[in-house]
Design a protein around this ligand. Sequence first.
Ligand SMILES: Cc1ncc(COP(=O)(O)O)c(C=O)c1O
Length: 467
Amino acid sequence: MEYSPDYVEFLKMFPECSQTTSLDKLRSSDYARLDRDGHIYLDYTGAGLFAESQVEKHHQLLSSNTFGNPHSSNPTSLASTELVESSRLAILRFFNASPEEYVVIFTGNASGALKLVGESYPFAKGGHYLLTFDNHNSVNGIREYALAHEAEVTYIPMVLPEMSIDESKLGASLNQAKPGQPNLFAYPAQSNFSGRQHSLEWIELAHARDWDVLLDVAAFAPTNTLDLGRWKADFVPISFYKMFGYPTGIGALIARRQALAKLHRPWFAGGTITVASVQGEKHYMADAPSAFEDGTINFLSIPAVKIGLNYIEAIGLEKIHIRVRALTGWLLQELPKIKHKNGKPVLKIYGPLQIDHHGGTIALNFVDAQDNVIDHSYIEARANQVHISLRTGCFCNPGAGEIALGISSGELQSCFTRPSHEAHLSYNEFRLCIDGKASGAVRISVGIASNFSDIEHFINFAKSLTQ
Ligand SMILES: Cc1ncc(COP(=O)(O)O)c(C=O)c1O
């Protein structure tokens, strides 16, 4: 890593970052492909990056053993079962969740975990689905199950410019739960839009008012410690590729047994039952986790989750957290300083500008010298030219996007109720509807292999767009 004057300043501001030099060593070994190919990777909230050694270990495991379908007692089947079960335990250990209290259900990704909750939660008339504006679409989508079962659906709004949740409204909404009814409250520990971190104290607050709590940690878990021994959320969806890049296609629902007992699966499948009969027209569900894992689980990739967790544990998640916090803090300090020749800022940053309550994700838009938002697809095209991988759009978080970009419910209603938009609306038609407004933003995010040079590249890129 080069030591620019800014880097010296950076270390003065974040002296704890000097404890993270082992990450630079890994960057040049396990992530050597980044610098070899000139990539500036700034999309860790899209997908984490895997270390080469993770893949080598997994390959070695597969090539030196024979693994069969786990649903049997033959030796190759048992070998798979053993690895799958030890991966479950590794996940529980990583999140300090006691096996007596929590169970790990393997899914394809965080969305798969959320769908399991949505389709199985006993939503009913008198029940309630309460969620924050700030949520990924896979959490928003659960509202369709709630509405289909006549449960009430309520969104808690966000407050600008911090993109925080109005705690008085949160308290009032939590008070609306009818005791004894199915009440589910869902929010993200960290916004995948703005990087804003929401309080884990809300879990207890909600429990005390008779809510089950779904805590989406997909964006939080890669760089923050989640202690389920302390923060006892009921349903915790996760995607492992976001934590350590590999494998893709494996997620989990980490569920509190007590809350899981309330779920009713709407169907059964191979692996989810103890007995199913055709002539007897009856089936008996297996215990969790089997009851929630349809068909054959991805038994060859699941062991790679344990390898990934071991990898993170060997580095220390706290070290990754310190690095990500420092890089994000520097960006939050430096980006607002970039100005056009007329003194107007080049960037409009959404969410808090202080590092407290901020994860390693920043959402922003570039604006011209007259304060007009520059289309995010143009920014992406320009970033592509200098090998910066960033993400643009609304990041599947429309609630946060609408608030950040100032798109009102009136504008959305008038767009969605046009006869031509009844059944179909393309993204371009939507842009025309909200004419003159930005329809999305630019998101940069840092992670395990990020270094100061990466963020310097982004700062220089932003400077290159001054007018
Ligand atoms: C906060 C959050 N929740 C849920 C998801 C869904 O994850 P996946 O696409 O892996 O299912 C994402 C993905 O970006 C996310 O950021």
